[in-house]
Design a protein around this ligand. Structure first.
Ligand SMILES: [Zn+2]
Length: 329
């Protein structure tokens, strides 16, 4: 096995969510001042590792069976790994080339051909990774049933403006393991509750999908998606580029709308696209998937969703009428 950990600086910190943070070696090469706050983070994955720098925004990842990417090579160089060692790692990796790697490469090529590409974006300056020693933020994520290993930040420092003065969390948007935007959710419930840095056609949660899953659930909000590993369209509509991206995943799609008037627009769109819709019989105070997970847990929520899954247009319309009636009563 290729062990990247042995190349990391001795001064490092393990977070409970599996990240190892250390002074990022990338920033000085990217026009930023050198990192002294251990804002570089690396995490082992099933078949490799992924790296995020929360100072200059540099990211890189490695998957066993693939060639070392340009950015992964750069990172290893900046960690002072000798060139011949980098070549050895690459050769070692290619010995593990497997069918999944080949299929993923094809998917990547197909995405490029279809124009599904997002540019790398930097996280805001006030982003700081949340850890157990920040009880208010950590508890907020626990209450929202967010998986502990998703890298979520808090609003900390940064320019003094009307947004950094509000407490909240920052959720990176990723695509193929790269950071391509973010959203911030403020704790106070004043408007706006969310501010997105979102590229057109982006769908949150493609990186939460496991390769051999046959189904994908489409929801509205980022917390709904995080709590059941679903895809989030981030508003109550699904635009055409988002449809293309969702279709490119090759899954059976089930749309689960929020139980409000706006959610009903999502239902109409799903019917138009020929996708299944699920509107489980949840009590009125359970407004979305995240509320359901908070009340019954992840597994029960998924069971409710699949039991109420409906593909027949007529039955979807009937269920929608029932819901609308309740919403207006
Ligand atoms: Zn950096």
């Amino acid at each position: 096995m290729i062990d990247v950990l042995s190349y990391l600086p001795a001064k490092r910190k393990n977070t409970s969510s599996g990240w190892i943070s250390f002074n990022a070696p990338c920033c000085v090469h990217n026009g930023e001042s050198s990192d002294r706050r251990q804002r570089g983070g690396i995490k082992s994955t099933d078949q490799g590792w992924s790296y995020h720098c929360f100072n200059c925004g540099f990211t890189a990842s490695f998957i066993l069976g693939r060639n070392l990417s340009f950015k992964a090579r750069k990172l290893l160089q900046w960690l002072n790994v000798p060139q011949e060692e980098i070549e050895r790692i690459n050769l070692e990796s290619l010995k593990h080339k497997n069918i999944q790697g080949i299929l993923d490469d094809r998917q990547r090529t197909a995405n490029m051909v279809q124009g599904i590409e997002f540019e790398d974006r930097e996280l805001p300056e006030e982003f700081a990774l949340i850890d157990v020693d920040m009880p208010v933020h950590w508890q907020y994520l626990r209450d929202r049933c967010v998986p502990e290993d998703y890298p979520i930040g808090m609003i900390h420092g940064g320019p003094d403006d009307k947004f950094t003065r509000r407490q909240g969390v920052i959720i990176p948007f990723t695509y193929d393991g790269r950071i391509v935007g973010h959203t911030r959710r403020f704790f106070d419930d004043h408007n706006p509750r969310y501010i997105h840095d979102m590229q057109s056609g982006y769908v949150f949660g493609t990186d939460l999908q496991v390769p051999n899953w046959q189904h994908a659930i489409v929801v509205e909000g980022v917390f709904d998606a995080l709590s059941i590993s679903a895809l989030a369209v981030l508003h109550a509509e699904i635009n055409d580029p988002q449809v293309r991206l969702i279709r490119s995943l090759g899954r059976e799609i089930t749309v689960v709308p929020d139980q409000d008037e706006a959610g009903m627009k999502l239902v109409d769109r799903a019917v138009e696209l020929g996708w299944a819709v699920s509107m489980p019989d949840w009590p009125a105070d359970v407004k979305d998937v995240n509320d359901a997970v908070k009340r019954w847990g992840r597994l029960a929520t998924l069971i409710h969703i699949f039991q109420a899954r409906e593909i027949s247009k007529i039955k979807i319309e009937l269920r929608k009428k029932q819901l609308v009636k309740r919403l207006r009563s």
